[in-house]
Design a protein around this ligand. Sequence first.
Ligand SMILES: Nc1ncnc2c1ncn2[C@@H]1O[C@H](COP(=O)(O)OP(=O)(O)OP(=O)(O)O)[C@@H](O)[C@H]1O
Ligand SMILES: [Mg+2]
Length: 271
Amino acid sequence: MDGVILMKVVLKLSGKNINPNKTTFLKPLVDLWQKGAQLVLIHGGGPQINDFMERMGKKPSFVQGLRVTDQEVMDITEMVLSGLLNKTLVGMLVQHGIAACGISGRDAGLFLAKKHTIEHEGQFIDIGWVGDIIQVNPQLIETLWGNRILPVVSPISGDSDGKSLNVNADWAASQLAIALRAEKLLLFTDVPGVLLDPLNPDSLIRDLSASDIPLLFQKGIVAGGMIPKLQMIQTVLQGGVEEVFIAGGASLELLDQLLEGKSIPGTRVTR
Ligand SMILES: Nc1ncnc2c1ncn2[C@@H]1O[C@H](COP(=O)(O)OP(=O)(O)OP(=O)(O)O)[C@@H](O)[C@H]1O
Ligand SMILES: [Mg+2]
């Protein structure tokens, strides 16, 4: 990656992208930061939370791609996301010479959330302590950037009573990108992008217009964890973000080319 990059980027890593035994995925992030970009990393942690839930005798379950979160699951999720996984990622970045600082949506009131409600065919479905972000206070991120410290964000948020809520990491990344007026929102995941057939990696949709997203939902093409990713994109693009890119971890290696405007494998979503 040559030259200076003056760009605000919110980059979300899936839990599946974070492997402490294989740190090559960090190199493009380190390069981007060292070129001067204003970068925020935000992370999910699906497999790690599942693993700890199973160790504690609990079975993960999801509704519309959102984790059903009772109080015990909330505690596990907060411990894993804001604790173990966040600090693992920070530790790896520090080892690569980056002054990274791990925070959660609760720190300095970064994300204020309220309980998410799901209604299906007139019925209210209770999925527990899942949150929607209603306000972002980016002051802490800007303070860290001002001191060239890289923020690494866990999406766990606080509500107006100070209680923790489990916010989907794609939603948190989306709200953060809007609040920071980021140029790009990059969502890295465990599939090559949005697929016409989720079982066929060759069915990648490379260019997607936000206005086509409702059709993908209608046709039942979007399921599981892809639901929350796509639900927020229209809002993100209307909120001023130029482009959302959804791609597999392998495309991280081509991050420099992506930021130079070149086409790399993944789904580019624009207005
Ligand atoms: N049309 C589709 N195209 C691609 N993936 C899809 C589609 N429909 C459903 N999916 C599922 O969405 C999953 C990605 O979401 P998931 O929540 O599992 O991961 P993530 O959000 O990247 O990670 P984390 O939850 O750890 O933040 C894929 O693994 C795939 O199974
Ligand atoms: Mg997910």
